[in-house]
Design a protein around this ligand. Structure first.
Ligand code: KG4
Ligand code: ZN
Length: 337
């Protein structure tokens, strides 16, 4: 008998529901994007996000079950993101998950969103054996994590200021690409020269696994302002490609260094920024050069989705873990040791 796990993800601005079979096979993965509602504000407004999740959740759950060709009665567990994220947004998904668990009698399991991003690597493709070194780069996080065995995490280093996705979004806004700008900047950069402008590679040689993005962001802003003030034609594709290259250079170097130092043969990439074309291609090449296996999720499972949450949840349920009905949201949740 196959195990069917419902996943629910509402930590930020995407309402996502998925059905995953036996922990790794995606039967359905649906996302109701709220981008249009937040766009006028140039960023995610927490109250708007929570309200939109409430409106979207029930129909999306039904659609997800329909797309998987099952009913509530066929589920064996429900997994939900409990953090990190926006508290009001998290609570909407948790209320829905608890309602499903209560009404159907199936098990409830709370999942860490960041662990979800890492486990997106195990969907639809055979999982490599641990240990792993993971680079998690999203709108809210930039970190390198040592995972000696499943569900155990040692954060080796993280950003001291902005997250990578945040930097992509801010630079995209500076050059008029709208919100969220990461994907648009990625597309524009394909027509640019990554060596056109030498932006700073902050902490590239710091010898640890910390990151800093704010200096790079300021350098891009200064460049854009100076070029415009001096009446020069700004080549936006060059700016995008040069900024992107600076980010990717540091991430590639530190991730390979971490795996080499710890003698870990497998690198897992997770989080929305892993959708970035240049990061994927540079990581693959660097991994090959260093004799390391580099894995990343299918493109549509890099950014926020509920299949990754169901994937972690199914594995934790299989280990006998359960969450109680009084589990709360934890906006600052860390990866467990
Ligand atoms: O993981 P995610 O969907 O949400 C969070 O957990 O934060 O990541 C979203 C972030 C956004 O900042 C978005 O601009 C960025 O990932 N992103 C990208 C690309 N696609 C999404 N950044 C660079 N290149 C991309 N192709
Ligand atoms: Zn995320």
């Amino acid at each position: 008998m196959s195990q069917l796990t419902l996943g629910i993800e509402t930590s930020c601005d995407e309402t996502a529901v998925a059905v995953v079979e036996d922990g790794f096979q995606v039967r359905s993965s649906l996302i109701a994007s709220q981008v249009a509602r937040h766009e006028p504000f140039g960023g995610v407004v927490p109250e708007v996000a929570a309200r939109a999740h409430v409106e979207a959740l029930n129909p999306l759950m039904q659609e997800s079950l329909d797309a998987a060709g099952i009913g509530f009665g066929d589920l064996s567990g429900v997994a939900v993101t409990v953090g990190p994220g926006l508290v009001g947004a998290l609570l909407t998904g948790m209320a829905a998950a608890k309602a499903v668990a209560l009404a159907t009698g199936i098990d409830l399991i709370g999942v860490n969103h960041l662990e979800g991003h890492v486990w997106a690597n195990f969907l639809e493709q055979a999982p490599p054996e641990p240990p792993y070194v993971a680079l998690v780069v999203s709108g809210g996080h930039t970190m390198i994590v040592h995972i000696p065995q499943a569900h155990r995490h040692e954060v080796l280093g993280q950003t001291l200021d902005d997250a990578a996705g945040e930097a992509f979004d801010k630079v995209a806004r500076m050059i008029g690409l709208g919100f969220p700008g990461g994907p648009a900047l990625d597309r524009l950069a394909r027509d640019g020269d990554p060596t056109a402008i030498r932006f700073p590679r902050a902490m590239q040689d710091s010898g640890d696994f910390s990151f800093s993005m704010s200096g790079l962001k300021t350098a891009v802003l200064r460049h854009v302002k100076r070029e415009r003030a001096e009446g020069r034609d700004l080549n936006l594709a060059d700016v995008a490609a040069s900024f992107q290259e600076a980010v990717v250079d540091v991430q590639v170097k530190k991730t390979i260094e971490a795996a080499t130092k710890l003698d870990v043969p497998t690198i897992l990439l997770g989080g929305g920024v892993v959708a970035n074309t240049r990061l994927r291609e540079r990581m693959l090449a660097a991994g090959e050069g260093a004799g390391l296996l580099v894995r990343f999720p299918p493109l549509d499972l890099c950014t926020d989705n509920a299949a990754m949450i169901a994937c972690v949840g199914a594995a934790r349920l299989a280990r006998g873990e359960r969450s109680s009905f009084d589990i709360g949201a934890d906006p600052q949740l860390r990866l467990s040791a």
